[in-house]
Design a protein around this ligand. Structure first.
Ligand code: HEC
Ligand code: HEC
Ligand code: HEC
Length: 103
């Protein structure tokens, strides 16, 4: 079943959809690449940095666990790296460990 995003956001905001969801404040999404440390994306820290749902959905990320992020994307303006460019937010160079566990 595909739930339209606005309805989903509403359900999340009134608490009908709970912990299964990932990114609203308090929740997180984990990425586990095969050849690099786990990345934990925190909804809370992005909320506190002033982001709202529309900062990422539907422009940067779908509301699903479907993103396929490659190492090549790290040098593009796709996914995380549209913001994590060293200006809007910390960039990739020398900051592997900010995102990747043990990196
Ligand atoms: C802003 C956060 C962020 C930073 C900084 C970052 N990465 Fe990543 N990286 C990710 C995410 C998210 C993925 C996707 C993981 C997945 O989908 O399994 C990823 C995936 C990878 C992958 C796996 C790609 C694949 O095809 O499986 C490698 C290798 C990698 N990163 C290396 C690095 C290195 C080296 C650095 C530092 C130079 C770095 N990353 C910095 C977020 C980041
Ligand atoms: C800074 C970026 C960002 C913001 C802001 C953001 N999200 Fe997300 N959201 C993500 C990422 C990254 C994913 C995982 C995407 C993927 O794996 O393809 C995600 C996934 C989701 C999912 C699917 C989770 C799952 O496990 O299936 C939902 C639901 C969601 N977001 C709702 C929201 C709502 C509601 C808001 C506003 C309160 C919000 N998001 C704000 C980045 C963001
Ligand atoms: C819409 C812009 C935007 C997107 C997209 C985005 N971020 Fe961020 N992120 C920020 C800002 C702004 C901050 C706070 C400033 C800083 O730390 O440089 C931040 C902070 C962080 C932090 C430090 C705080 C913490 O949670 O430990 C991490 C780690 C991080 N982001 C990872 C990611 C990953 C991984 C992705 C992709 C899955 C991502 N971000 C996508 C804007 C974004």
């Amino acid at each position: 079943m595909k739930i339209p995003f606005l309805i989903l956001a509403l359900l999340v905001s009134v608490g009908l959809i709970g912990l299964a969801q990932a990114v609203p404040p308090g929740l997180s999404v984990e990425f586990a690449p095969e050849d690099e440390g786990v990345v934990t994306f925190s909804g809370t820290s992005h909320y506190e940095a002033g982001m709202r749902c529309s900062s990422c959905h539907m422009s940067v990320f779908d509301v699903s666990r479907s993103a396929r992020i490659s190492f090549g994307d790290h040098r593009s303006d796709q996914f995380c790296f549209g913001c994590h460019d060293g200006e809007k937010a910390f960039g990739v160079r020398r900051n592997c460990g900010n995102c990747h566990e043990g990196g």
